[in-house]
Design a binder for this molecule. Sequence first.
Ligand code: ADP
Length: 617
Amino acid sequence: MKTTETSSSLHSQSLPANKAKGRSAWQSVLDAILVNLEQLRTVSLPPEIRSNLEAAIEKARQLPYLFPEESEQLRLAALYRVSHSLGSTLDVDEVLNQVMDAVIELSGAERGFLMLLDPDTGELHLRVARNMEHETLQSKDAVSRTITEAVVRSGTPILTTDAQSDPRFARQESIMLHSLRSIMCVPLRSRGELIGVVYVDHRISAGVFTNEDLNLLNAFASQAAIAIENARLYARTDQALQQRLSELETLTQIDRDLNASLNFERIMEITRSWALRGTQGFQAWVLLMNSDGKIQITSGPPEEYPLSLQIPNFDREWAARTVWQEGNQTLLAAPIFHGGNLAGLIAVQKNQPFTEQESLFLSRLAARAANAIENARLYDAVQHANQEKNRFISVISHELRIPMTSIRGYTDLLRQQVVGPINEQQRSFLDTIRNNVDRMAALVSDLSDISRIESGRLKLEPRWLTLAQLVEETTMSLRPKLDEKGHQLYTEIAPDLPEIFADPTRVSQVLTNLLTNAIKYTPGGGSIWVRARQQEGFIYVEVQDSGIGIAPEDQKRLFEQFFRSEDQAVREEQGWGLGLNVTKQLVELMGGNIGFSSQPGYGSTFWFTLPLEGKAQ
Ligand code: ADP
């Protein structure tokens, strides 16, 4: 319990000779006279002077009651003023200090302190004091304790105008010890509950406090208690909010960590380390059911796991619970569900029981980890399927290549009449065979490229090359197709284009794919442009056509595998919808970028870039 205010305010005030500031000046004078008269009592005086002195003291004490109305008004004014200043802050310590100052001011007490009741232990704890010596506050048999505890027990205030002669306290050693005379102690109540006490006293003077003072203090105490409760409530809400915020921060951080990876082992490790961090455990494990229903420890040392490999029944409850206990050793486990089925658990071991907070944390972690684990599993499955697909493609493309080469070779021999004359119909049949074999060869070649790029098996063989020359060679090879459709080809290669470091076969493949599309998707007699220029460490190449263009809805899907537009003009052309996908992958593999712009009915422009110096490693 905090008692710092106590030491800081000890001796900080001189004897408050007057009561509330609202009291008139003559009363202050009167108080001072009384103190002096009381002090005179301690001096040995001749009997006649002593009896005069006692009479004077008695008169002085009675004097304030001759003016009850004035003092009542002043009291109310003072009460209003100090009560009004309460509630200006919601800081508990500040409110307690304000209350204490107000109490001293209202009662005109010499000293005082305020204690609050600990709701858990029922003990009184000193929270703030004025003009009290440390020893008094610490000492066990201090009068303050006797009186405050009596107030707590009875719930009623205590007032004694002269403790030395009050039969209730006169025999108390501490009353004698501290020569206490005037004492007031009132309970602090908030919503009917006792929350503490305020105590004030005056050592030398008897009769300093009156019933009116007690009423005043009582009236103030009920307001003060509300202010104290409000501040405490605010502190609790504030604390709860802070805690909730920091919980949210932690959960966000967990999500961030878990989402940063799709690697199954990594997800397991992240989950385990958060389980340890969030619960203060000393060991943690993640157990999962694998595809054949067996439980496996996927993270954490298996030899240290204290239970047999079984997942307890959680009855579809997400909440974590203690699944094992031996002495102080506790194993807390939270279930991991997948689609409503129990799929595993996160378990943490600790040398002491887990708090509710820690158990809640583990449940939340498990819910989050469940998603991440499922994603990682799916990703693993997709990766695996991809690997299988690539393996399959590489096998079939290898197996198909040999028969296709022989079909193509024999067809050509037959067409060239090497083995004997053929008629027109036979030639037409052979043309169809040749055409279909070419289609199949293109498909196999594209599929094999994709599978090699995806599996990282496609190796580039870059060398320094002149792009103008490469464009020339490529367009030459496409000349028959251009002529067949009566297209005009224009090449605009910047004359100062430097050499580039790239794989000529792959650059030519990219150019061929884009030009073939331009030829295919431009109605006969169209125009095609090939342009190349240098642009900040890259060369920029574009292939423009005056063709059919691409509809906006098709543009989004253009680079997807097997995508072909539904447009009739496209469907009339042969194709598999793989060319652009291979092209994009090749350009990116070489360290460049690819893009296009198109306007349906007016044509399309496809562009790509390549780094002059080759792909940075
Ligand atoms: P394919 O040409 O074999 O169909 P691609 O992957 O090369 O496959 O192209 C995919 C689709 O993109 C084409 O089917 C077509 O719809 C559209 N496309 C590609 N290039 C052009 C172009 N220059 N003009 C119009 N549409 C194009």
